[in-house]
Design a protein around this ligand. Structure first.
Ligand SMILES: [Zn+2]
Length: 279
């Protein structure tokens, strides 16, 4: 599932390749992708218009249009935005295709169809995309500080990983990057968030910013399922820098042969951690 770094890489691709180009035609296949409104609302809301920018909050792409509306795109589990020459064969599961001036097509491809494309009126965002207002601070876009993270954690009995995954607490982290930042900060996933000392919150904050930025620089993480690729189909490279995620049984990069990366089931998903250096 794409997390903040992967969505940010896609956002940068949109800025480079799509912003400023007119959308001349829109095809909507699977209606589930546009379930929030309707096929016609998405076609009418995009056709003839131009993205004037590309923004991001957490895992949401939010792009203003020259009509005054905006388009929100959420990749969810398996969504991809792909740029391809017009007329080239569309991959299976292409649910929205936007023809761009200049002869290319921006495609929303989503095998599992949890993703969404919504054209909305920013003045009515509270009604039309209410989840945006409920998002917690984005660690990069909103300049989350250690003090801000402390405020999120203080007094909370919930495990620190649950809080990191909660988009209402901090926006953008998913299973991969929460495991990586907890290892970097030497914190166990099930440690109550409110039990962290200020220095530990500062270490966690530092890890979040460092790792998200490093992952963006590396083009995000592409796992064996290849569910994430960039706009031009390019895979990420940050998976080669993962310290714990997906590395069950490997020596902990910090502890060496004295401890192995361990996998636990947590919240219905796999959690990877080192039982020796994460406390
Ligand atoms: Zn370790």
């Amino acid at each position: 599932m794409p997390e903040l770094p992967e969505v940010e890489v896609v956002r940068r691709g949109l800025v480079t390749h799509v912003v400023g180009r007119r959308i001349t035609r829109v095809d909507v296949g699977r209606e589930r992708t546009v379930r929030r409104t309707s096929r016609q609302a998405v076609i009418d809301g995009l056709t003839g218009h131009t993205l004037t920018g590309a923004g991001r909050r957490g895992k949401y792409l939010i792009c203003p249009l020259d009509s005054g509306d905006a388009v929100m795109i959420h990749l969810r589990m398996s969504g991809q935005l792909r740029l391809a020459p017009a007329g080239s064969a569309r991959p299976a599961h292409t649910h929205v295709a936007m023809s761009l001036s200049g002869g290319e097509e921006l495609r929303f491809v989503d095998p599992r169809t949890f993703g969404e494309v919504v054209v909305f009126d920013p003045a009515r965002a509270d009604l039309e995309v209410p989840e945006l207002a409920r998002l917690g601070p984005d660690p990069l876009e909103d300049g989350l500080t250690a003090a801000g993270l402390q405020a999120v954690m203080a007094g909370r009995a919930r495990p620190v990983k649950a809080l990191l995954l909660d988009q209402h607490a901090v926006a953008g982290l998913g299973n991969i990057y929460s495991d990586e930042v907890l290892h970097a900060a030497r914190l166990r996933f099930d440690r109550p968030a409110g039990s962290l000392q200020p220095r530990q919150v500062a270490d966690l904050h530092h890890a979040i910013v460092e790792i998200l930025n490093a992952a963006i620089e590396a083009g995000g993480s592409t796992l064996a399922d290849a569910q994430y690729v960039g706009l031009s189909g390019q895979p990420g490279r940050y998976q080669h820098q993962h310290q714990v995620y997906g590395r069950e049984g490997a020596p902990c990069p910090r502890c060496g042969p004295r401890s192995s990366v361990t996998r636990a089931r947590y919240g219905g998903r796999s959690t990877f951690f080192c039982p020796r250096c994460q406390r």
